[in-house]
Design a binder for this molecule. Structure first.
Ligand code: ZN
Length: 127
């Protein structure tokens, strides 16, 4: 889209993306300029020697020039607090949800090999 006057746009705006970068699926893009991105976290639980699958939802700013829609796989980056709930911004649309299904396959393979997955993420607090 031609013009972008969004100050909170990662490309045309004034914000800088720093910190965590995640990939997730847009669950809802209904609120204006907002996308709710869901991420599946796979973590190894030593006590049970199993993997635990949990999901985390992040609200991210979705500028008009990016315009992510439901079921889009997006890359989101951490930035300053943009509103009460948003401190992430959608940086790009990578593809459609089907790609995530193949990520699920890699999860099954990892489980068979019993490789601990290292996931150090701060924003767990939200849950
Ligand atoms: Zn823009």
């Amino acid at each position: 889209m031609a013009e972008c006057n969004d100050k909170k746009c990662p490309i045309h705006g004034e914000i800088s993306v720093r910190g965590n970068v995640f990939t997730g699926v847009v669950v809802s893009a209904k609120p204006s300029k907002t996308a709710i991105v869901e991420r599946i976290i796979v973590r190894y639980v030593p006590k049970y020697e199993r993997y635990k699958k949990s999901r985390s939802r992040i609200t991210a700013h979705n500028p008009d020039c990016i315009g992510a829609k439901e079921d889009d796989v997006v890359k989101i980056g951490e930035t300053r607090k943009l509103s009460k709930t948003k401190s992430f911004v959608v940086m790009e649309v990578i593809g459609k949800k089907t790609i995530v299904k193949s990520e699920d396959d890699t999860f099954t393979k990892k489980e068979k090999k019993k490789e601990p997955v290292k996931e150090e993420e701060k924003e767990e607090k939200k849950e």
